[in-house]
Each structure stands twice: as structure tokens, then as C-alpha cells.
Design a protein around this ligand. Structure first.
Ligand code: HEM
Length: 413
């Protein structure tokens, strides 16, 4: 856990620190909004789904919902994850060190795996060969920083300037050619020359199909940027945290070493990591009218903002037991509490990508879908991944909790 004091963005806001109050605000109280909290990130996420509330948010989420249908999830898992993993790991194997060991920065490796998958979900073409993935990664890093600029500990003007440069390159090299192809397909469909089922189910196509003629095309590019940031950085960070927590866990629980390639154990471990190690310091909400929170009697005036402390709510002993601040994949939970806590938020603004990341239980996992976290972790452990304790881990320059460098080595390659 990184935070020692409140980041400036939330320093002056009242804090929500209990699970019960957070659930009430996120799930049940209609008086809070999430969108339009700050303007500096507008060029990167303005008017995208994450900036919308109420009816507009609901309608936009409906457009995006096919990306997370059971059929789509099965396709990502069956067709995309294994090749994305193999290609990304092969790149590292080709760079084997002189001592014969395959090493990697796990943050970078995970980003390359998720960039290959999430770009297909977005509808960005030709993110396959190493050079194209490297180019997208060069744009993704500053774009992710710009989308999340409110948490950055760097000079925000620099973050925004670098974000603009990356956005121009991203639009030229990825977004524009992919969008042009899909515009032609949508035209064919509207002219009756092809069927709806001939069109791809990706974010760009769904966006173009639902767009009004007068709509701003820069918003479509921003939606793609948001999905890159929301899907790649978060998932890659969670992978590094899982490897870090499991590295410590097996020291005291050597009997679990064989379970490091067991999807059921990895699902439990993933959910526990997501709960214990949230990336964002807080979920911020603004009251749109005077309101009272029933769980605590707290009153919030219209216009006032509150910060829901992601670390504290997810370590509340009332919900997660007296050892809530420890990693324990076998934790038992009260009914109604999800194993990953509020790591994905809750209520109408809950993370739309959650079904791609992890499953709540055996039953919701189904027999064939492992979801991305358990799937990628299983492949990493099958290749013998382990923390490289000889090399330093480096945190990113932000109040978010995430690594820039997380060194690992592969014993099985
Ligand atoms: C470890 C992985 C992930 C974590 C921890 C995570 C967490 C979150 C959180 C906390 C929110 C905001 C909820 C709120 O403010 O109430 C969110 C929203 C969102 N996430 Fe995720 N997310 C993850 C992966 C993904 C993936 C893989 C995608 C897409 C492929 C995605 C897409 C989104 C979108 C579009 C939103 C905005 C939804 C809305 O405002 O209606 N996320 N996520």
C-alpha cells in the first residue's frame, strides 16, 4: 500500500471510510453523480461513458454492453488471450539475458498482453506484431497518465502536453485507419449491402452504429482512449500485485505452490488482490442535491464532493473480518459481500469491464471461462514466473498505487 497522506485532489473532501456507507452511496443513494469532476482530462475522457450519469450513462452502457456478453467473453478467452500471451512472452524469450535467464518487467509484459486483447475489443486493427504493440504502448502510457492526471504527482501541464502528443499519434496510427474501415462497413450495412451480423462487435463499430450524424468524432477517439486506459493499466497492475502477494503467500503456505496453476485458486487469489490492492485512491462523488446518508446520518450539501477511500472501505473489518488488511485467498465472507469488495465500484457506475477481469464464484465463472486475471496468471505460473528479488521495483509517479517497473524472472523457460 502506497498512500501515506491524501493526494491533493481529494485532500479537502470529507472521506467515506466504511464499507456500509460506501455501498449506500454507490448503490442506493440517487443524489450523487460521478461525471464532470475536473476539466483538465477533458481532451482524453470528456463526454465518454465514465463522465456520464443517470439516463445518459445508462444509454451509453447499453451501447457498449455487447462487448461483455457471454459470447464475447468466450471469444476473448478462446481466441485472443492465449495468442496475446504467447506472442508477448516470445518477445521476452528472444531477449533472454546472457546468463540464460528470461527476465521481464511484468508491468510492461502485462500491458503488452492486455493491449493485444483490449485493442481487439475496441476495434483497433493490426495490434499484433511486436513493433505495432510497442508503438501503441508508447502512446498508451502517456494517454493513461493524461486520463488519470488528477492523481499524477508530476507537473500536470507536462502530463497534458505529453497526452496531446500521444493522442495525435494514436489517432493517426491506430484510431483513424480503424475507424475509416468501420465507417465503410456501417455504410454498407445502412445501404442494405450487408447484414448486421457481418459487422464486427467492437467499441468503434457499436459507437458508429449508434452515433447521431452531428456527433463529434473526437469523442469516439476519446472513448477508445478511455477503454485503453480503463482496461489495460488496471488489469496489468492487478497482475503485478497478484504475483507480489502470491510470492509472499507461498513462503508461509508452501502447500499452495502446486495450486499456482489451478484456475480456482487463482480466481480466489485474484479477487483477494483486487480487494486488498485497489489502484485508485478513491472514488469521488458530488451531491447533486442536499442529501442524508442513511447508514451514518451524514449530511452532504448540494455541490459538495466526497471521497470514498478505496483502501479503507475494502479493508473494513465489519465486512472482511478482523484480518481484513491481510492477503488471504481463503477468506470467508458474509452473504452479499463480493470477494473483491468494491474494487470495481458498485451500482449504476460499476465497472462495465468487470466480467472480463474476474468471476465472483465457481457458478458465475462457468466451466469454460476463467476471465483474464486467472487466465493470465495461470499462463505466467506455467512459465515459472517469480519475483526477481535482485532488481528494484519502481512505483509510478502518481497517487495511484501501481508499478512502473516490476522485475520478474521465468524459471520454466
Ligand atoms: C483490474 C481491472 C479493473 C479494475 C480494478 C477496474 C475498476 C474500475 C472502477 C473502480 C471503476 C469506476 C467505478 C466508479 O467510479 O464507481 C471502473 C469503471 C469503468 N471501467 Fe473498469 N476496472 C478494471 C478493468 C476494466 C476493463 C478490462 C475495462 C474494459 C475493457 C474497464 C472499463 C471500465 C469503464 C468503461 C468504466 C466506466 C463505467 C461507467 O462509468 O459507467 N475496466 N472500473
Amino acid at each position: 500500500m502506497k498512500i501515506t497522506q491524501d493526494p491533493p485532489y481529494i485532500a479537502a473532501m470529507p472521506k467515506v471510510t466504511t464499507f456500509a456507507e460506501a455501498v449506500e452511496i454507490l448503490e442506493r443513494n440517487q443524489d450523487f453523480h460521478e461525471g464532470l469532476m475536473e476539466e483538465e482530462s477533458f481532451p482524453f475522457r470528456g463526454e465518454t461513458v465514465i463522465e456520464l450519469d443517470e439516463e445518459a450513462n445508462y444509454e451509453r452502457r447499453k451501447v457498449h454492453a455487447p462487448l461483455f456478453s457471454r459470447r464475447a467473453l468466450e471469444w476473448y478467452e478462446r481466441e485472443l488471450f492465449d495468442p496475446a500471451f504467447d506472442q508477448s512472452l516470445d518477445e521476452r524469450i528472444r531477449e533472454r539475458d546472457v546468463d540464460g535467464v528470461v527476465r521481464a518487467n511484468l508491468m510492461e509484459l502485462s500491458e503488452r498482453i492486455f493491449l493485444r486483447v483490449i485493442s481487439r475489443l475496441i476495434g483497433l486493427d493490426d495490434v499484433d506484431v511486436a513493433e505495432r504493440v510497442s508503438l501503441l504502448q508508447r502512446y498508451h502510457v502517456p494517454l493513461n497518465d493524461a486520463v488519470n492526471v488528477k492523481w499524477s504527482t508530476r507537473d500536470h501541464e507536462d502530463v497534458i502536453r505529453e497526452g496531446h502528443e500521444a493522442k495525435a499519434g494514436f489517432i493517426r496510427d491506430f484510431y483513424a485507419p480503424s475507424a475509416r474501415r468501420r465507417e465503410r462497413l456501417v455504410e454498407e450495412f445502412r445501404a442494405g449491402r450487408c447484414a448486421r451480423s457481418d459487422l464486427p462487435t467492437d467499441l468503434l463499430t457499436l459507437t458508429l452504429l449508434s452515433a447521431k450524424p452531428e456527433e463529434d468524432h473526437d469523442r469516439f477517439a476519446r472513448e477508445a482512449i478511455l477503454y485503453l486506459a480503463a482496461g489495460v493499466g488496471t488489469s496489468s497492475t492487478a497482475i503485478t500485485f497478484a504475483v507480489e502477494e502470491l510470492d509472499r503467500w507461498v513462503v508461509d503456505h508452501p502447500e499452495d505452490v502446486p495450486r499456482l496453476t489451478d484456475p480456482e485458486f487463482l480466481r480466489l487469489a485474484s479477487n483477494e488482490v483486487l480487494r486488498l490492492r485497489p489502484t485508485f485512491p478513491a472514488l469521488v462523488r458530488r451531491a447533486v442535491r442536499d442529501t442524508e446518508i442513511a447508514a451514518t446520518g451524514r449530511r452532504v450539501r448540494a455541490g459538495e464532493r466526497i471521497a470514498i477511500d478505496n483502501t479503507l472501505i475494502n479493508r473494513d473489518p465489519e465486512a472482511f473480518g478482523s484480518n481484513a488488511d491481510r492477503f488471504d485467498p481463503y477468506r470467508s465472507l458474509p452473504a452479499g459481500v463480493k470477494p473483491y469488495g468494491l474494487a470495481f465500484g458498485a451500482g449504476p457506475k460499476v465497472c462495465i469491464g468487470r466480467p472480463l477481469v474476474t468471476a465472483i464464484s465457481d457458478r458465475s465463472a462457468g466451466s469454460e471461462i476463467e476471465r483474464s486475471m486467472a487466465h493470465v496468471l495461470k499462463a505466467l505460473y506455467a512459465a515459472g514466473v517469480g519475483v526477481d528479488h535482485d532488481r528494484p521495483r519502481v512505483l509510478a509517479p502518481t497517487a495511484e498505487d501501481r508499478y512502473e517497473v516490476f522485475p520478474v524472472r521465468f524459471a520454466g523457460l
